[in-house]
Write a protein that binds this ligand. Sequence first.
Ligand code: SF4
Length: 401
Amino acid sequence: MSFERRQTRQLMVGNVPVGGGAPVTVQSMTTTKTHDVDATLAQVYALAGAGADIVRITCNTVEAAQGLAEMMPRTPVPIVADIHYQYKLALAAIEAGVSALRLNPGNIRKEEHIKAVAKEALNAGIPIRIGVNAGSLDKDLLAKYGGPVPEALVESAMIEAKYLDDVDFHDIKISVKHSNVPLMIESYRLLADTTEYPLHLGVTEAGPPPSGLIKSVAGISTLLSEGIGDTIRFSLTADPVEEAKAGKQLLEFLGLRERSGLDLIACPSCGRAEVDVISVAQEANDRLEELELPIQVAVMGCVVNGPGEAREADLGLAAGKGRGHLFIKGEVVRVVDEADMVDALVDEALLLSEQGIEARLAARDVSAADLAEETRIELLTSQGDANDAAGRRAAVKAKAE
Ligand code: SF4
C-alpha cells in the first residue's frame, strides 16, 4: 500500500528532484561552524551516510559563504544555504555555488532585496525554499492575525511567492513550520490547498528526543498519509545524524522509501518472557545495525508465541528454557544455547543476506523444529495458554451449534 501523493511542480536541488511525483526526500542541517570547512564537510558526509538526500548549512557570515565555496566541489549531496536577515549573504552563497537557498520571509522583508536574490538564483538555475517559521513570522502579519495562526503562515509564504513569481522565478518550495503539531498540520493543509509548489515538511523546534521525535512523526506522518509533502526534516535538539536517520526510517516505515537497513521488531515482553527482551533486543539492534543489512529481524521473548507472531519477519529469535530458537519466516531453523543466541542471530543474518531465504531454509537443522515444538508444548503446559485460543474457539462453535 502506498499513499496517493498530491500533484506538485517539480524542481531540482542539485541532482535531487523534489515534487512532481519524485520520491519524498530527507533533509537535515549541519551544526558546525560553516567557516570550519573540514568539520562541516565531515558532518555532511555523516548526514548523507545516515540517509539525508539534501543538507542545509547556515550561511551567516562572509566567512561562512567562503567556506561553502570551498565545500561545494567536495560535497556528496546537494547543499542548501540557509539565509536570515542579510540578503547579500544569499548572493554570496549563490556565488559560492550552492544548490539551493532557503530564505526566511520573516526576516528578509524588503521586496527589492528578495527580487534581487531571485534574479541571481534564476541566473544560477537554483531553487529557493520559502521557509516560514511560526517563531519568526513577519511582524505585520503577527499584528494582523494576532498570532502565528495557519492563515498568517500561509499568507507570509504566498506574499514571498508572489515576489518571486513577479520576476519569473518559479523554482520554489515552501515550508510553514510550527512547533505546535495541530497548527503545523493545519498550516500545511491550508498551504496545499493554496499552491502547487512542492512542500518541505517539518515541526520546528521539536526539541530533544523522544518528545521531539514524537512531535515530528505525528506532524509529518499525518500529512504524508494525506499525500502532502515532498521533502521532510526532523528538527531535533540532538546530533543531526539522529535527524537524518529518523527521517529515513520514517519514510521506510511508511513504505515511501525502500528499506536500506535493518528493521528490528521486538515483542514488548511480558510475564511469559524467558529472557530480558529489552537488553537482548538492544544488543541485537546494535550489532545488526552496523552490518546495514536490509532485513527485518524479530526478537521475541518466548517460544510460545514468538515464532508465530513474528512469522512475517525474515529472521527471528525466540527464547525458551535457556535456549535461543532461530527462525526464518516463522520456521525454526536452529536451536542454540541462550549465551550464544545473539552471536548466532548475527551469523544467520549475514548468511541470509548472502544466500537468500530459500537457501537458508534448505540448510536448516531438521531436528531444530522438533526440539522447538517440544519446548513450546512444555512451556505451554507449565505456564498455560494465556490466550486460551482453543477454548475460545470451542466456546464460539458451541454457541453456533
Ligand atoms: S512473545 Fe512471548 S514474551 Fe513476548 S510479549 Fe508475546 S507472549 Fe510475552
